[in-house]
Design a protein around this ligand. Structure first.
Ligand SMILES: [Zn+2]
Ligand SMILES: [Zn+2]
Length: 110
């Protein structure tokens, strides 16, 4: 990638983990919100591995979620955690949403 961004992926992820909204990060980085989302979403291969690990079921309620599952960062402290399968879990939307509910009130995120 040769784009000149004001923030690299690590800097973006750091802000995301600190509770910034995608839009706030996009504004700071000078890129679109969609681009930030792409950068911060786990790579397809990682998501696949998480699905296999959790056998396509939500880690909390065991509902079968398959490709609709959300990949959630557990702990959310490190910066390379999207590559680290031990820190990721598969959740259904209903179980995932409350995990971000407190942070979410600050800004519009997803
Ligand atoms: Zn669930
Ligand atoms: Zn999450």
């Amino acid at each position: 990638m040769t784009t000149k961004r004001k923030l690299n992926a690590v800097a973006m992820l750091r802000r995301r983990l600190a509770g910034y909204s995608l839009q706030a990060i996009a504004d700071e980085a000078g890129v679109s919100r969609t681009r930030v989302h792409q950068i911060l979403t786990p790579p397809v291969a990682v998501k696949e591995a998480v699905r296999v690990k959790f056998k396509d079921r939500c880690a909390e309620c065991k509902t079968l979620v398959g490709t609709y599952g959300h990949v959630h960062l557990v702990g959310a402290k490190g910066i390379d955690t999207y590559q680290d399968i031990t820190k990721l879990e598969l959740l259904c939307g209903a179980c995932h949403q409350p995990k971000h509910a407190r942070k979410r009130r600050k800004g519009k995120t997803e």
